[in-house]
Each structure stands twice: as C-alpha cells, then as structure tokens.
Unconditional design. Structure first.
Length: 367
C-alpha cells in the first residue's frame, strides 16, 4: 500500500494586534529595505503617511502604488514592471483580497519575499499560497498555485474592525465553508490547495475555525458594527484569516468554492462579495451531500444571525434564468476545479438540482 503524501502549510509569521501599520518596517526589515507597496485606494493616503514614516525612520525606502481594482494577469504584469523600476527587494500588499493576491502574484513572478496586510477580513486569502486571477470582465480565470505561503501576514485588529461590517461578515461566510469543504476533501482523499493529500492537522484546524466562528461570530459582528476591536473580534479575525486559510489550504476545497467559481460568470452577482457567494455555495454543497437536517439548520441560523445573504435574491438575483444557472453548474464541475474533492461522483445536473433546492430551502427559512 502506497502511503499518501500529506501536507500542512502556513505563512512563516502571522501577527495579530493593534497599531501594526505604523510599525510596518519592523515586520519587513528582515526581508528587504526597499519595499514596493500595492495599496487599495481607500487606505493609500494613510499607508503613505503611517507606513511610509515607519520605513523612512528605519532607514528603508518605499514606493506606493494604487491597485487597479481587479486581479488580472495584466494588473500583475503592470505591478511587476513598476516593482522592477523601483528596484524593490520586498513586495507588500495592503488592502482587500484581490490587492493581496496581486501582491502575492507579483512577488512570485519577481522572486521576491511578500508581506501581506489585509484591511478587510473578508476572505482567508492572506495566508494561502494561492492567488486567484480573474478576467477583465470579472469572471474567474484561474488559480495561480504558489510555491510558498507569504513570509509575513499582519492583521491589525483596529483597521479590520473599522472596515464596513459587510466585509467582515463576508469573511465569516468564507470561513464558514472551510470545515465542510475540508471534511469532504478528507473523506474523498482528494487534493488540497498545494496538490497534496489533506492532513489530519488541516482538518483539525478547519474544525477549530468552524467552532471559533460559531462561538464568536455574532458577538464580533455586533462589535464591528460599532467599530470597536473586542476579544471576540480578535478571535474571529484569527479564525477567518489564519485558521480558515491554513485549514482550507491544508484540508482542501470542495463544492462550495467550485460553485462560487461558477457563480462569478453571473452578471447579477458581480457586486456580491466572495464570501457571500461561498456561503450560498456551502448551502448547495450541504444539499448535494444530503447533510443532516440539524447541521443544515445550524448553518442557516448562523448565516442569518451574522447578517449574510441567504437566498439568491439576497445576493442580487432578481430573475432566476435556468440556462444561466445550468452554465454555473457546468463550470463548477470543470476538471481543474475542486468539485472532484467531493467523496462521490458529481455531475452538472446534480449541482444544478442542489442549487435550486438550496435556494428553495433558504427561502423557506427566510424571514
């Protein structure tokens, strides 16, 4: 019997606390002294002021560049060119998931270390050795599998708690699926995100992620509504960014993210957050797996309690077009996606039926 190769992968450092932006150089100086910093528009000014001051006072240099809204190959190539022109020896990403993926991809192609600084806790992208690339129209393009995780991930609870609560809740939605996808992948002996077999450690971390957000998620959302960083917020951030990222990467993805990827081609959903679509993908996965009624109801009650969209209408779909959703189901079953990590064969017809049934069940529980 051949023993499978399993893996556990994570960032070299994960640091969570207040005031990290103003001390940025302390966390990058061991990696490089000439930083190329890709920033979201809304934090660019603050980053230049606080992080820029930190770098200058430490004797380093920083070049700041605004992210152009979509993680396309063209945007990655643009930043590669600018990083080379700046003579950068370390890449820093400050912003949302797409900004961070752009920083990771830029660092990968330029063979430079990367420091990741999320400003919204909307996905588990910061910790993974993965960048998701999209087409210019917003449709899913491909996964870029990276040889290593980020060198440092900095989670500033003050900044993350000050972000709009919708983003925070979306991160909880993304993390909500982590355990269920890892469970499916482990049962199927599928491939995790580094294309090895899922490990017991990855599954255990994914389970801890689920338990942590069930315990803290509602409390954390209420705190973020009031823009205060409580212990529940800090524990939830650790779950949505670190536990979910490591759990997904080491444990594997399955139907929820595959369905999400299919949903990116639906124009009505382009304004929906990644984690919001993953949440619906999770409901469809649980229907696909015929999960126990109690488990399904626990997930639905939690989705409602943290204020996530529950139905397709909540996500922005005013009219259900059968042909459009059959295409979603077909795309979700693409050979290079993660539907194959379910522990049984799945056809596009199965996925379409699960989507329709999941939406009907969600409507039944909707207020």
């Amino acid at each position: 019997m051949k023993i499978p190769v399993k893996s556990v992968t994570s960032p070299k450092k994960f640091i969570v606390g207040n005031g990290l932006l103003a001390n940025l150089y302390a966390y990058i100086k061991d990696l490089g002294d000439n930083a190329y910093v890709i920033c979201d528009e809304f934090i660019l000014g603050r980053a230049k002021e606080e992080a820029g001051k930190s770098v200058r006072e430490g004797g380093g240099k920083a070049t700041f560049e605004q992210f152009n809204y979509q993680t396309t190959q063209e945007e990655v190539d643009r930043n590669r060119r600018l990083a080379r022109e700046a003579g950068a020896n370390v890449i820093v990403g400050i912003g949302g998931g797409k900004t961070l993926d752009t920083a990771k991809a830029t660092a990968y192609y330029e063979k430079l270390p990367v420091v990741i600084f999320p400003t919204i806790a909307s996905t588990d992208a910061p910790c993974t050795a993965l960048a998701v690339l999209y087409k210019e129209d917003g449709a899913f393009d491909r996964y870029l599998f990276l040889p290593s995780n980020p060198d440092v991930v900095l989670a500033d609870t003050e900044i993350l708690a000050a972000a709009p609560v919708r983003f925070f809740a979306a991160g909880i939605g993304d993390a909500l699926a982590t355990y269920f996808e890892a469970r499916a992948c482990y049962a199927a002996n599928g491939d995790n995100l580094v294309l090895m077999k899922p490990s017991l450690t990855g599954l255990a971390i994914a389970r801890t992620c689920y338990e942590t957000i069930l315990e803290n998620g509602v409390k954390a959302v209420e705190a973020v509504k009031n823009k205060v960083p409580t212990r529940a917020v800090q524990d939830t951030i650790e779950a949505t960014i670190y536990l979910s990222g490591v759990g997904a990467e080491s444990g594997g993805l399955a139907a929820a993210h595959a369905i999400h990827n299919g949903m990116t081609a639906v124009p009505a959903l382009h304004r929906a957050q990644h984690g919001e679509k993953v949440t619906f993908g999770l409901l469809a996965q649980l229907v696909l797996e015929n999960a126990p009624k109690e488990e399904l109801e626990t997930v639905i009650r939690f989705i409602k309690a943290v204020g996530l969209p529950l139905t397709l209408k909540d996500l922005g779909v005013e009219e259900f077009v059968e042909a459009e959703w059959r295409k979603v189901a077909e795309d979700a079953c693409a050979e290079d996606d993660t539907m194959g990590n379910e522990p049984f064969p799945v056809t596009p017809e199965d996925v379409y039926n699960a989507i329709v049934a999941a939406n009907a069940i969600a409507e039944k529980y909707h207020d």
